[in-house]
Design a protein around this ligand. Structure first.
Ligand code: KPL
Length: 301
């Protein structure tokens, strides 16, 4: 007989961000199940926060052992999303609250194609985390989670409790009805910091402190002006440059997630980040030569 797993929260994707949220939810007293691809076993982790270590035992299961999932954080990478959602589509409670946390754009469309009868929440996560070794998770930088509805008709009531619990576990969780604008800002930040940190082999902060790298940052941001004027006129280039500088300074001593992916010889999220900007600009008949150049360099790695 199949042993089904019920819990307050399920976290799909046992990477650094998934384990960070699962650990904090568990430490705050929620019952949590991490959904991984193959292994169903307790995941023993050491969570390192500001140099202090704590031992965490996370219940880990596989999709086939899940049912009635009520609250789900989807923390897989953008390119894993379709397969991950397919694996749990029959395990969701009818009124499940589902939060997508991928970098880049396109996750909402993947979700809507696969689960047209369901709705999801979208988030921009800026908490930094990475695995120092297979079982040592470093909480590298306090950020925030901005959450918003993927459609104007999203039943807001259902998400209030959900966000409240997340805020208890890892503050601060901020609701924003214009998550589309938040995610546009984030995709621009990721399109600058992530590939440049790979190409210059540097920490995020060096992109601002090194004048040569910073010139490249400015050029890439400025190049987006005509695209933003066409598709997101509420965002200005000045605000975006300020945002890139702010995030690079806040995460100055971190390596971006793309840098870490390349180091570990894993696929990167370049397609949902720079690939997204290039395809949007093509639709508008706008050229982005600087972004195209780094996209091609990343593809050649
Ligand atoms: O989101 C990030 C990432 O690494 O993916 C930033 C904000 C760029 C921090 O490194």
């Amino acid at each position: 007989m199949t042993n089904t797993t019920r819990s307050d929260f399920h976290v799909l994707g046992p990477g650094a961000v998934g384990c960070l949220w699962a650990s904090h939810l568990m430490l705050s007293g929620y019952s949590v199940n991490l959904i991984a691809k193959h292994t169903q076993a307790t995941r023993q982790l050491t969570l390192i926060t500001k140099g202090e270590s704590s031992k965490i035992s996370l219940a880990q299961t596989t999709a086939e052992h899940c049912s009635g999932i009520q609250n789900l954080l989807v923390c897989v990478k953008a390119y894993q999303l379709e397969a991950a959602l397919k694996s749990i589509e029959t395990c969701l409670a009818p009124n499940a609250v589902i939060l997508l946390m991928q970098n880049g754009m396109g996750n909402k469309e993947v979700f809507n194609n696969l689960l047209p009868k369901k709705q999801c929440l979208l988030a921009s996560n800026s908490h930094g985390a990475y695995f120092k070794t297979a079982n040592e998770l470093v909480y590298a930088g306090k950020g925030q989670l901005i959450v918003g509805p993927s459609t104007p008709s999203y039943p807001i009531k259902a998400s209030v409790q959900f966000c409240h619990h997340l805020n208890v576990a890892l503050p601060e969780v901020i609701w924003n009805n214009r998550i589309d604008l938040v995610l546009w800002k984030k995709v621009v930040v990721n399109a600058i910091i992530n590939p440049l940190s790979v190409l210059y082999q540097c920490k995020n902060g060096e992109l601002i402190s090194n004048p040569v790298y910073f010139k490249h940052v400015e050029n890439l941001v400025n190049e987006l002006k005509p695209l933003l004027e066409s598709v997101q006129p509420e965002l200005t280039i000045d605000d975006l440059l300020k945002e890139v500088i702010k995030i690079a300074e806040k995460t100055a001593s971190n390596f971006s997630s793309m840098y870490q992916d390349v180091q570990r010889q894993r696929p990167t999220e370049i397609e949902s980040i720079t690939g997204f900007l290039l395809s949007e600009s093509k639709k508008q008949g706008i050229a982005l030569p600087g972004h195209k150049e780094i996209y091609l360099k990343m593809a050649a790695l």
